[in-house]
Design a protein around this ligand. Sequence first.
Ligand code: URA
Length: 499
Amino acid sequence: MLSRTIELANSIDLAGFRQAARQLLAEHVPPEDVTWTLSYQGLGDLFAEAPSKAAMTRLESASAPEAPPPKVPAFFLPLCQTAILHREPRRFALMYRLLWRLQHQPGLRHDTLDADRSALEDLARVVRRDMHKMTAFVRFRTVADEHADGPLHIAWFEPDHHIVETTAPFFQRRFTNMRWAILTPERCAQWDGAQLTFQPGASRDDAPPADAGEGLWLTYYEHIFNPARLKVKMMEREMPRRYWHNLPEAALIAPLVAAAHQRSGTMIEQGPQDMAKRLPKVLPLKVSAPAQWRSQPGQGARTTMTLPQLRAACQHCRDCPIGGHATQAVFGEGPVHAALMVVGEQPGDQEDLRGHPFVGPAGQLFNRAVAELGWDRQQFYVTNAVKHFKHEVRGKRRMHKTASQAEADACLPWLEAEITQVQPKAIIALGATAARQLLGRPVTITQNHGQWLKRESDGVPVLITTHPSALLRTQDDARSAAYAQWLADLRHATEHVPA
Ligand code: URA
């Protein structure tokens, strides 16, 4: 049998591979007679041609009618979709060999330990890990390019495999309302707020140098670095050294590690009485969050940071798991010394996508009430008790889920830091979560709405009222009475609204 050379359009040309593989199977060409190459040897020119135009330049029967698709088990295509992104040059040969064997050995589809299948699964696993690392270690730097849609955020990253196109949609979802570009040596991804596009690779020098934004990120990293939790081996496993040269915070690791050893040494020298002294303060709190999440109203750990610093740092918060699933943190907004602060529960779907509090249906109802009361929302500082959108995906919809007490407590230092910075004269708590987090105890809305309750920590009065989402859920016949009641509650805060 004549050997065949198949030339694919680029390194991730799955469409070209499938088209060629069908033809080869139809012509009964065994894997050992096929050589797979790329149109641009070496890295492969990812932009040479659209994948569907894959060339089969030396396949004798290139002009033959298109062969029918072979029958493959369900695992095969998803496996190829991921494994093809690996840099391993033999991946195409491996994919075709498994495909060939699946056609000729019917029992093979059930053999999960087969050597070819395992080899492809190993490639796919490495690719998935690389994708995960990219989502975790891309660090944007802000470039003020005076664009009407805000500054551009640029990151430099060096992936091990051909993962940029497949991983870029993650950043599109996460940073929907930011303009950003991720530069890599092989290809670049760009999001302009509406369209995701890809360009040829760039050089490290094309990425901007460190800027103020990065300075903020470093400050935050220093803040959250907890010596008691320091596990160098685990840190290296999660954040492998080869990524460190692109991570601003990596420059801090060596001094922080050294300082951590010194600090733990001091703690040991000081002896157990120090710990014993601390214990009674912690125990009566009765919060369910792990110790490192704990904070009491009025004792925010981030109180030394300004609001812009807090807003930037909050984007990186992973003190609880919610942030890992949200598009972005939605921080509070409004004048820095607003007399009145309004606190909701957590951002909803719209807020999560747009990055601003109370812009979805609940926000619209709130705006309506504010207008009817003759107030101006621009005068308030509006925020939430929880800064990330907790949800579960049902079909195409993302359904709101209430944050657990532990998760809300993990977020409390951000809220307390906002209160410290804004120093409001009064706060409106919209709903039970806001009331409980502001007052440090459960508050029943039906019993306390329209009342001012004082925060123990700083004496700031908190007006308790219903959350607008609860009004939206109210039955039609009861809604207008509930709305009127809500307006009456809110009106109590009029004296704190600047005329
Ligand atoms: N619900 C809230 O509690 N906050 C928002 O920002 C939006 C909806």
